[in-house]
Unconditional design. Sequence first.
Length: 191
Amino acid sequence: MKLIVATSNPGKIKELQDYLNEDKWELALMPKDIEIEETGQTFTENACIKASGVAQRLGEWTIADDSGLSVDALDGAPGLYSARYGNTDQDRITRLLRELGDHSHRQAQFICAIAIARPDGTIYITTEGICQGKILYQPMGTGGFGYDPIFYVPQLDQTFAQMLPEVKRKISHRGQAFKKLLPELAKILNI
Ligand code: ITT
């Protein structure tokens, strides 16, 4: 069955494809000229806005991901504004490290909301996943994307950018969201 992947973030495209390739989906990227304004107050609302908007325009099942990094000592910033925190991944990391400075409390959470919309734009399901970690004082690792080089997971003694992709895939916020989603995806394939 055809499923449109409604994101223009190359890092997310890669990870979403990795999760979904295990199923029998015919994945397609959304056309580059579709722009959807993220006006929601939560990650889940924004994931729904993106999935629903793209599904309606294309008349196809659509999956969208809204995610971000919430830093305790910055009162949850950048949070919903994680993508709008700077122009490039490098800018966003530099700004976050500057604003956090040498604050000793470095706890942070990555949050991921996934929404799947039916071809008529109505929402079929949403799930959310969270991954706890700490913000390093400087980036480490070259893998992954976005804020991965500064997000350290104490249990594995590695940043997301130092992990093998399959390890990040299992433990990340996106991995937690997909764990809840997979049984539902199987149901859609049988509709
Ligand atoms: P789309 O809306 O087109 O999907 P986006 O990059 O604008 O792309 P979001 O609004 O959801 O997506 O913003 C998410 C931000 O959080 C963005 O800056 C990402 O790089 C970052 N982010 C999300 N998941 C991440 C992950 O697993 N590792 C590192 N950074 C991540």
